[in-house]
Write a protein that binds this ligand. Structure first.
Ligand code: HEM
Length: 371
């Protein structure tokens, strides 16, 4: 055969199919020795891990665009593009659990115990995704005796693969997170025509927030009457609830949860920027910023739904017994559905006002399309 014929690209060479299809032999290293449903179990997991690999790539590409010190408007669609692909993968992932569910509880029991302590708990790619997005260690569910990260760290010394997994976790911890890049980008949002580099910016931002909170209070005063229509509602209780909401809004917008100093200023401006984008989202200049914010809300929603769908599948296949990774199982998995990484994006939704109640927009000309 000539050298030319040998160098022709083929489907199987390009996709490394010979190597890929030789990787489903499980602990025995041989497909033929697997239990009848084990090939199915391995392939579903491997398919997920391949998708996770792509998710990591897409998130890093999105993060790199967003990390630029200045993100021109025409670059925002690039960030959105990579996040939308991630969203589609997570959506597809939910459907893949249906394939997993064709495994009956009893068939799984025929090979489950040999897996202990192997578990999705050790999916270092899932941990990298969480860390890259911005989930902090202190937010993790701390199960009695079983710590999610410990499941990987403790095994690092036992095998080269464990060591590699732990190294990857440590490396991703050094990277900028999507959350921190989003915060930095929101911080630069022009608010009522004012930008961070403007001399009076801090005062303009405070004035906007005070105007906004006053508008909230005015609206609440006029809404109180509507709530008297709720059967059994007591006016005093309703008033207290509305006031608690305004109090929460002030504390959130003025970043009272952050220690006083430059960090509080930074967080306050980023939150004000987010509130401004969400409130005046019809302005032409805010068209892409609002799509970006919506896409990240969708991303977090998809992740929560992925966790929920996984937990329901697990409940169906193993009931409420403990996991092979040693956690409480479904109770632990349900608890992880409370994780929220982009907390501000969710909180701000509680504060939004109808358009006709918003503070008057200053400098509308600065939010048109550049001519
Ligand atoms: C019959 C199928 C499955 C069962 C019974 C199952 C069960 C569990 C259980 C009980 C846990 C909690 C940790 C533990 O104690 O083991 C867990 C965690 C996990 N599983 Fe699964 N799982 C299944 C399939 C999958 C699939 C197909 C994936 C896709 C990659 C997956 C990914 C994960 C991940 C990422 C975690 C860690 C969740 C976290 O800590 O936030 N699992 N699984």
């Amino acid at each position: 055969m000539s050298d030319d014929a040998k160098s022709v690209p083929t489907y199987w060479d390009y996709l490394r199919l010979d190597q890929l299809l030789a990787l489903q032999g499980g602990l025995e290293g041989d497909d033929a020795q697997l239990q009848p449903d084990e090939l199915h179990f391995i392939i579903v997991h491997q398919a997920f891990e391949l998708w996770f690999k792509l998710v990591l790539r897409e998130l890093r590409l999105a993060r790199d665009h967003l990390a630029a010190p200045r993100l021109p408007e025409e670059k925002v669609p690039h960030v959105v593009h990579h996040l939308r692909r991630t969203n589609e993968i997570l959506r597809l992932g939910r459907d893949q659990f249906r394939i997993m569910e064709t495994l009956t509880p009893q068939d799984f029991l025929s090979f489950r115990d040999k897996l202990i302590p192997a578990s999705g708990f050790q999916s270092f790619q899932m941990r990298e995704i969480e860390i890259l997005l911005g989930l902090e260690e202190r937010q993790r569910i701390d199960e009695v005796g079983v710590k999610p990260m410990e499941a990987i760290r403790a095994l690092a010394e036992r095998s080269p693969a464990g060591e590699l997994a732990w190294k990857r976790i440590q490396a991703v911890r050094e990277e900028q997170t999507l959350r921190s890049c989003l915060q930095a980008w929101l911080y630069r949002t022009p608010i009522q025509g004012s930008s961070p580099e403007d001399e009076q910016d801090s005062e303009s931002v405070k004035a906007f927030l005070e105007d906004y909170l006053a508008a909230m209070e005015n609206l609440d005063a006029s809404r109180l009457g509507h709530f008297t229509r709720v059967p059994g509602a007591e006016e005093a209780t309703t008033r207290e609830r509305l006031q608690a909401n305004t109090k929460m809004a002030r504390s959130f917008l003025f970043a009272e949860d952050v220690a006083e100093g430059p960090e509080r200023e930074r967080v306050r401006r980023a939150r004000a920027g987010l509130l401004f984008i969400e409130s005046y989202r019809r302005l032409p200049l805010l068209a892409w910023p609002r799509v970006l914010v919506d896409t990240i809300v969708e991303l977090e929603e998809n992740l929560v739904l992925w966790r929920t769908r996984h937990a329901r599948m697990v409940e169906r296949v193993i009931g409420r017994r403990i996991g092979t990774g040693g956690s409480s199982g479904v109770d632990y998995l349900d608890a992880t559905t409370r994780y929220r990484i982009f907390t501000e994006l969710w909180t701000v939704r509680t504060l939004l006002l109808p358009r006709n109640a918003l503070p008057k927009l200053a400098h509308p000309e600065r939010y048109g399309f550049a001519s």
